[in-house]
Write a protein that binds this ligand. Structure first.
Ligand code: NAD
Length: 499
């Protein structure tokens, strides 16, 4: 285990009370129910706390709305907003080891991944949106003589930000930073499974920065109580990342209440197509395998369906099997480990059920069982699992599993590959590997997915939009797209006459 892991600090921090952050104060969750945050590597409880109940959720929304109506944040200068976001970025960078540990402990992702990627990117997100506070504004429109029409980009109001457990602080940052940049008041609700980094960041902000009370609030609760955020008339916008089922519920709740706007980043079943002329085939297999199985397959945009041309199918499959068998599952804090445990027991059981379904639908060629060797005995470890010759209509090829389970599908023609790729209810991402530039562009046009990766699966950048089509969600996050979703466009007409 590396020396820079602040375990002793974490033990002390975990023993301190975990409270809600409402109106600039730390208060106990009002519910009689408590939630225990667990370490999926060994099943131990990391900390527990009373959760917020629906009434407390509503009270928080009402406070955030009062602050919004009073202009507590929207009237703060854009320079000051930018300064605050940059200060948050600084706090994240100064505490990267602590945050990386608090990200890894309840999630099971590798500490090295949290350190190298997840947490530093959060700081970059705050810096990126700090730069936008005074660069996103309205326009004048070319209207008839005698009239002036201009538009204003105003804050939406109270933003309910609901994050999942797979990239906890990253998802929270992607929502908080643009929402604050555009002058909104915010309620962040981290996943109950992985709230630690969000709690710690709120503590740092509360202790070290000067942000008006009630502008940035945090609720620690489960989905049942968080439901009130999406029903509340005091909330004007919901940004949600999570499962398609909950996304659907949020849309229903919006319709049943105040028609609040919703950005939804939901599930996926993304295809990666390997044509017979895949350039640098070994490199392509390496890359797609890594994106598929890193973070133990708990990524919405990972390529869970490899569509492989018949002429290279056996070669690709052999390579994949060799790679899967070489993966070492174990303690995500330890060096030399490739894959940590699944995030929680519910997820572990769901994946294991899909593996059993897969065994009845296709050929299991790698993994297919829980890894309970030695120190892994009490954790939620699953071997990287590969099914071959999967029928495109099989359940394991159609439904989101959200774990280290890959379906390999054989195809012969481009038309067949496109039809299979488009055959699920999802449309988040898709990959195309081919040396034929015309085919790459033609297929990119034909695939019904929000993000296309040609000859390198899984590219991301803060200045590029992220989001899916079909039942993978509504709207885009990142880049300028987030700013549009956290503002409302007001048109103003001025009549100044003919003379
Ligand atoms: P989830 O839908 O179970 O929960 C997500 C969040 O919603 C949690 O904070 C949860 O407490 C909350 N929630 C649950 N029910 C709610 C309700 N009725 N009202 C308000 N909030 C509620 O998802 P998860 O299991 O945390 O995450 C995994 C899912 O997230 C997968 O389906 C994955 O594809 C998706 N995901 C999508 C993206 C993307 O960008 N498209 C990114 C990451 C994860």
């Amino acid at each position: 285990m590396s020396n820079n892991i602040p375990l002793a600090w974490a033990q002390e921090w975990l023993a301190t009370p975990k409270q809600q952050y409402i109106n600039g104060e730390w208060v106990d969750g009002a519910s009689a129910e408590s939630w225990a945050v667990k370490n999926p590597a060994n099943g131990e409880t990391l900390c527990s706390f009373p959760i917020a109940d629906a009434d407390q959720v509503e009270q928080t929304a009402a406070i955030a709305n009062q602050r919004h109506q009073a202009g507590s944040w929207s009237k703060v200068s854009r320079t000051e907003r930018a300064n605050l976001l940059r200060e948050i970025a600084r706090l994240i960078r100064e505490n990267v080891e602590k945050l990386a540990l608090l990200e890894t402990l309840p999630n099971g992702k590798l500490f090295s991944e949290s350190m190298a990627d997840d947490i530093p990117t959060c700081a970059d997100i705050f810096d990126y949106y700090a730069g936008w506070t005074d660069k996103y504004y309205g326009e004048t429109s070319p209207v008839e003589d005698g009239f002036l029409n201009y538009t204003l980009q105003e804050p939406v109001g109270v933003c309910g930000l609901i994050a999942p457990w797979n990239f906890p602080l990253y998802q929270a940052s992607l929502k908080i930073a643009p929402a604050l940049a555009m002058g909104n008041t915010v309620i962040i609700k981290p996943s109950e499974y992985t709230p630690l980094t969000t709690i710690f960041l709120m503590e740092l902000i509360d202790r070290e920065l000067d942000i008006p009370a009630g502008v940035l609030n945090m609720l620690l609760t489960d989905g049942k109580n968080a439901n009130q955020l999406t029903l509340s008339h005091n909330v004007h916008k919901v940004s949600f990342t999570g499962s398609t089922g909950v996304g659907r519920k949020i849309v229903q709740n919006s319709g049943a209440s105040n028609l609040k706007a919703a950005t939804l980043e939901l599930g996926g079943k993304s295809p990666c197509i390997f044509f017979e002329d895949t350039p640098d085939l070994d490199g392509a297999i390496d890359r797609a395998f890594t994106v598929m199985f890193s973070h133990k397959g708990e990524k919405c945009s990972e390529p869970t369906r490899f569509l492989i041309h018949d002429s290279i199918y056996d070669y690709v499959l052999d390579k994949l099997i060799t790679k899967a068998e070489a993966i070492k599952c174990g303690d995500p804090l330890a060096e030399g480990v490739d894959q940590g445990p699944q995030c929680n027991e519910v997820q572990f059981n769901k994946i294991m059920e899909y593996i059993e379904i897969g065994k009845t639908e296709a050929n299991l060629v790698a993994g297919g069982y829980a890894d309970t060797e030695g120190d892994n005995a009490n954790g939620f470890f699953i071997r990287p699992t590969i099914f071959s010759d999967v029928d495109p209509n099989a359940r394991i090829a159609q439904e989101e599993i959200f774990g280290p389970v890959l379906s390999c599908i054989r195809f012969n023609t481009t038309e067949e590959a496109v039809a299979i790729a488009n055959s699920t209810e999802y449309g988040l991402a898709a990959g195309i590997y081919t040396a034929d530039v015309s085919r790459a562009h033609r297929v990119a046009e034909q695939l019904d997915a929000g993000m296309l990766f040609i000859n390198r699966y899984g590219c991301y950048g803060l200045a590029a939009p992220f989001g899916g089509f079909k039942q993978s969600g509504w709207g885009k996050e990142m880049a300028i797209h987030s700013l549009a979703s956290y503002t409302k466009n007001k048109g103003v007409w001025v009549y100044y006459g003919d003379a």
